[in-house]
Design a protein around this ligand. Sequence first.
Ligand code: ATP
Ligand code: MG
Length: 365
Amino acid sequence: MTTYKLLVLPGDGIGPEVMAEVEKIAAFLTYEGLVKFEIEKGLVGGSAYDVYGAAISEDDMARAQEADAVLLAAVGGPKWDQVPYENRPEAGLLRLRKDMQLFANLRPAICYPALADASSLKREVVDGLDILIVRELTGGVYFGEPKQIIDLGNGQKRAIDTQVYDTYEIERIGRIAFELARKRRNKVTSSEKRNVMKSGVLWHEVISALHTREFPDVELEHQLADALGMQLVRRPKQFDVIVTDNLFGDMLSDVAAMLTGSLGMLPSASLGERNATTGARKALYEPVHGSAPDIAGKGIANPIAMISSLVMALRYSFNLEDLADRIDRSIAAVLEKGLRTGDIAGGAQNTISTAQMGDAILEEL
Ligand code: ATP
Ligand code: MG
């Protein structure tokens, strides 16, 4: 059996609490012989700064590059508000993304039937929702040059951001979206604003050509980003995989997140290029939520987003679809039984702790 190297970075705040539940599950899977993990642990964020004076050490950076997958919980907190900018906790995460060249951000929005009433939308609109937003993460207007504020004199200034996309950047993110769709419901919706942006024109052209050339079996549709935003709230279940640029993806994935009810439920993955010889991708898995300093140390955080991040690793880094499905079903079953941490309780009285939620999922498994 292949041994997978996991680098575990619990980070700050509720990070170590939710990661402890993932470690329990990983240990169980190994014990049962379902998968073999070699787990190393490292520091990132404020906890790394306290020890090394940097948000991530060179040693842990090197281990991240070596790992088959990196699992990160969350970084940051008021304790490090005064830390110099280049050493702030978030710098650790940004360094990981940059050095590992993670250009594809996968943000699933899943609404478990048991939680459909927690959504901001009507039950029938979101019940059973399962969409995946694939956001380009290293290009576009957040990074394009020139990027500056020019003083024009006479009290006037000019701010410039530049959206830049090259063919290869659109192609590689598109390829990921089509590959993922083949494992799901075989549909990709590509989104840009080609009616007003040249980058949108190129995006549309490159995705269409890639589709014809390599993925004619996958259904492809194009929707302008503003229309897509509307449809996402109106009738979200029409979508399977949505592929879009850095800016639109940032906004649309937050909209999609709110369809599902709680931050404590949502995982994410960031993927890099395939290794030419092994075929494996560099990958980082983390919950969408942050370090939640307000509830840190209380043992009440919801570990499901973190556990679902491990599930994404099983699915996307190790191709263990059946095992991933099994853990997903266990999570759904625990929710069906009515077990809830505080964030998803919707006012109900009997809530359970982080560890109890982890144990319940383990027991179900
Ligand atoms: P960041 O800047 O890192 O995104 P943030 O303060 O914007 O952090 P989060 O830390 O993600 O946002 O959390 C916002 C609030 O949501 C928290 O204060 C907490 O109350 C709640 N929350 C987030 N994650 C969880 C979780 N796993 N379980 C329970 N509640 C959570
Ligand atoms: Mg936030």
